[in-house]
Design a binder for this molecule. Structure first.
Ligand code: AP5
Length: 209
């Protein structure tokens, strides 16, 4: 399956992408994760992307398009998490693909719930595991239950940057909902439920259950 996951910051795209990857073995291409890894490794890409991510702005299209094009090479099944994020990226994606997308999943959740999810998120800086203080706490307390590393708040999960990310989403990414609807690719999933229930809804939306 060739899938795009669309939805506001904090809606649970990454959580669901990992579940689908575990269940079906499809490769997740998460642009946010790739950019954060580039920053952590201080690569030229990371040095350019850092200032945008810290402000909650989109990283320039040329940089992001290139990393996606590289990752997509030779893949027949994938989940794009966080890409495309504007119309120009969506048009570029169409040019990159040798076969068309099967579906674009739009995860829907109200703003109050998004802020609660982002505010409570804790991540492992070592293995990338994602927790939530209330909804999905680590069994090891303040440490990662997989590798024991102390958990941290993601750099862009502070209130000011969260506000800007939500604004950028509304202005630049939300128009993709109508764009993919007009191409008859959009599958809407109500994300206001437990991760397990949302996953069941996702499978249903994709005709996998
Ligand atoms: P990115 O990393 O893609 O961030 P995002 O889109 O803002 O999405 P998040 O990762 O914040 O949320 P998510 O939907 O994956 O939710 P999660 O599963 O973690 O991008 C970061 C930055 O990189 C951007 O701001 C931009 O600068 C840059 N960037 C990335 N892609 C780009 C592109 N294409 N173009 C330009 N720039 C780009 O869940 C959130 C929390 O909720 C977690 O704590 C989780 O445990 C919890 N949770 C999940 N599901 C549930 C549930 N059902 N119930 C309760 N809690 C839940």
């Amino acid at each position: 399956m060739r899938l795009v996951f669309l939805g506001a910051p904090g809606v649970g795209k990454g959580t669901q992408a990992k579940k689908l990857e575990q269940a079906y073995g499809w490769t997740v291409i998460a642009t946010g994760d790739l950019l954060r890894a580039a920053i952590a490794n201080n690569t030229p890409l990371g040095q350019q992307a850092k200032q945008y991510i810290e402000r909650g702005e989109l990283v320039p299209d040329a940089l992001v398009n290139q990393i996606v094009a590289e990752r997509l090479q030779g893949l027949s099944d994938f989940i794009l998490d966080g890409y495309p994020r504007n119309l120009a990226q969506a048009e570029m994606l169409e040019q990159m693909l040798s076969q068309p997308l099967d579906a674009v999943v739009y995860f829907a959740l109200d703003t109050e719930a998004l802020i609660a999810r982002l505010g409570g998120r804790r991540i492992c800086p070592n293995c990338g595991a994602v927790y939530h203080q209330i909804a999905n706490p680590s069994k090891a307390g303040d440490r990662c239950e997989r590798c024991g590393t102390p958990l941290v708040v993601r750099e862009d999960d502070n209130p000011e940057t969260i506000r800007n990310r939500l604004k950028v989403y509304e202005e630049q990414t939300a128009p993709l909902i109508a764009y993919y609807e007009s191409k008859n690719l959009l599958r809407r999933v109500d994300a206001d439920a437990t991760p397990e229930e949302v996953f069941a809804r996702l499978l249903q939306a994709l005709g996998l259950q």
